[in-house]
Design a protein around this ligand. Structure first.
Ligand code: FPP
Length: 258
């Protein structure tokens, strides 16, 4: 049976297409919670890891399309600080995925001028995962196009705690005064500081019908527009991304004003 299925394995009605425009209203920073790999696999009577493997192919498609239409930063939640609670086999598979991804996709990243960056507690990842990530960062370092920002072993609350501790230490050492702690100084202490003017998220997408933030980029999502897609991540594709962008372009962002 062909078609797209939601989390209850019900066929989703074909999407009504919302047109999108490639112009200055394209969201500069898109963040995605790539959810639904396990359910996708279950629906097909396959092991959960088959969903993650297919999810990796979706990452390739979406990355390429986002770069082509002029997105500046694409942040992808690949592994949270809470994901260690999953069975060992699944965790091991998820730790191998970045290796497989970069082994097969770096030539395209170079072709597309895409730069890889990572947020998260990378030093706690297995050695082979760390090495692969570090190599991808270094090979793509001089690329000047879209930043593909992977969140690996990332948690928003831990990020905020670490930033607070770093600033508290600076105050204690007499390097800054408490009054110097502004939003912009705080942002300089976050894991996303290298993203500079694109640090804050414009459009945050979550797939699979779940409507939660799950500890993802809590500071950076303060004023983002949320888009929840019913599609399970392995079925998400270029058209689904364009649909999300089209919906975003029709919203009126007020940032607390009128
Ligand atoms: C959530 O779906 C998905 C994850 C925890 C892993 C995300 C990883 C990928 C999409 C693979 C791409 C990664 C790289 C590094 C290229 P879930 O397993 O919670 O799904 P479920 O809610 O249906 O069980």
């Amino acid at each position: 049976m062909k078609g797209l299925f939601n989390k209850r394995n019900q066929k989703i009605k074909e999407m009504t297409t919302v047109s999108f425009n490639i112009d200055e209203t394209i969201p500069q920073h898109i963040a995605i919670i790539m959810d639904g790999n396990g359910r996708w696999a279950k629906n097909k009577f396959m092991p959960r890891i088959a969903g993650h493997k297919e999810g990796m192919n979706t990452v390739k498609k979406v990355t390429k399309r986002a770069s082509q239409i002029g997105v500046k930063v694409l942040s992808l939640y690949a592994f949270s600080t809470e994901n260690w609670k999953r069975p060992d086999d699944e965790v091991n598979f998820l730790m191998q995925l970045p290796v497989d991804f970069f082994d097969t996709f770096v030539p395209e990243l170079m072709e597309q001028n895409i730069k890889v960056q990572v947020i998260g507690f990378i030093d706690q990842l297995p050695k082979h995962t760390q090495e692969s990530v570090e190599q991808a960062i270094s090979v793509t370092e001089r690329n000047t196009g879209m930043v593909l920002n992977f969140a690996l072993n990332y948690g928003g609350r831990s990020e905020l705690l670490e930033a607070s501790k770093a600033l508290a230490k600076k105050v204690k050492a007499g390097e800054i005064d408490v009054e110097d702690i502004t939003e912009s100084l705080f942002e300089e202490s976050l894991m996303t500081c290298d993203l500079k003017e694109y640090q804050n998220v414009d459009l945050m997408i979550r797939t699979s019908g779940e409507e939660r933030i799950s500890n993802f980029m809590l500071w950076q999502n303060a004023y983002s527009e949320f888009y929840f897609s019913q599609v399970l991540w392995p079925d998400f594709n270029e058209q689904a991304l364009e649909q999300a962008i089209g919906v975003y372009q029709k919203r009126h962002r007020r940032f607390g004003g009128l």
